[in-house]
Design a protein around this ligand. Structure first.
Ligand SMILES: [Zn+2]
Length: 272
């Protein structure tokens, strides 16, 4: 069987003497691996492939063939469809891309197509390649990913009482906003150890962020938010992913370090 698809290269691993094992996220086939035979040796096998296409964050068109659905596919052709050359030159952008890649591997099963997530990934790579603020890109991207995974992201009413007034908190455990009244028992005694335990999953939004959470759009209003507000959005998305996956993402700490951000836990404990 043969097919072609739009894809983004996630990982490259040397295979035997002359080949590369490539891990893609593709539009219609989801996560998949393919072997680029002989591509490191040059010569005839490599001639049909644009090796630069395999090196970065470009959207590529890949051609594959495999004996069966289960068998490891062989890459037969690849070319750049949408180039992105600048992303790999920004340290924070690269670390942001790693956070997104790790989340993909954790939450997407191999061979499970999700065109919406593919478009989200292309959007995130475009923004990072365009030198947009990595913290802001990641904030929107993670939240949209949580929503695209079907986890939910409700902002219309309080998860506790169903009310629509004073929606000023977000619960990462429930994926929904919480009103002032329902949040109060968890927020006020935050200085005790007991409350600190409840803290990391509940985030104060303020007026600006509540509006952002409703839209999750890259608007001028969002771009103009303070770094502190963007950091809260990033932490909300990360907390949702950690809660969903039950373990921290390894790429969270390096990304926070380069931006000088505290961890989810220390933030939630100190901010209330
Ligand atoms: Zn409530």
């Amino acid at each position: 069987m043969r097919w072609s698809d739009d894809a983004l290269v996630l990982r490259r691993t040397p295979f035997r003497e002359t080949s590369l094992l490539l891990h893609f996220f593709s539009r219609r086939h989801g996560l998949l691996s393919a072997l680029a035979r002989g591509v490191r040796a040059g010569g005839r096998a490599a001639a049909s492939m644009d090796r630069a296409a395999l090196a970065g964050f470009h959207t590529v068109v890949m051609g594959c063939q495999a004996r069966s659905v289960q068998a490891l596919a062989t890459l037969t052709a690849v070319e750049i469809k949408q180039p992105r050359h600048r992303l790999m030159h920004g340290a924070a952008a690269l670390l942001a891309a790693q956070v997104i890649q790790e989340a993909l591997y954790r939450f997407m099963a191999p061979g499970e197509p999700n065109p919406g997530v593919f478009e989200l990934l292309e959007w995130a790579w475009d923004q990072l390649d365009g030198a947009q603020e990595p913290l802001a890109v990641l904030g929107i991207c993670q939240a949209r990913l949580v929503r695209a995974l079907g986890y939910g992201w409700r902002t219309d009413c309080c998860v506790g009482c169903g009310g629509q007034e004073g929606l000023r908190y977000f619960s990462a455990k429930r994926g929904q906003v919480v009103c002032n009244r329902c949040a109060a028992p968890y927020v006020q005694p935050i200085l005790t150890a007991e409350a600190a335990q409840a803290g990391p999953w509940l985030f104060f939004l303020g007026d600006h962020l509540y509006a952002i959470l409703q839209q999750l759009e890259w608007t001028p209003g969002f771009v103009a938010l303070s770094v502190a507000d963007k950091a809260v959005l990033y932490r909300i998305g990360m907390a949702c992913l950690v809660w969903l996956g039950r373990t921290p993402l390894l790429s969270d700490a390096p990304f926070r370090q380069i931006l000088g951000l505290e961890s989810i836990h220390s933030y939630a404990t100190s901010s209330s």
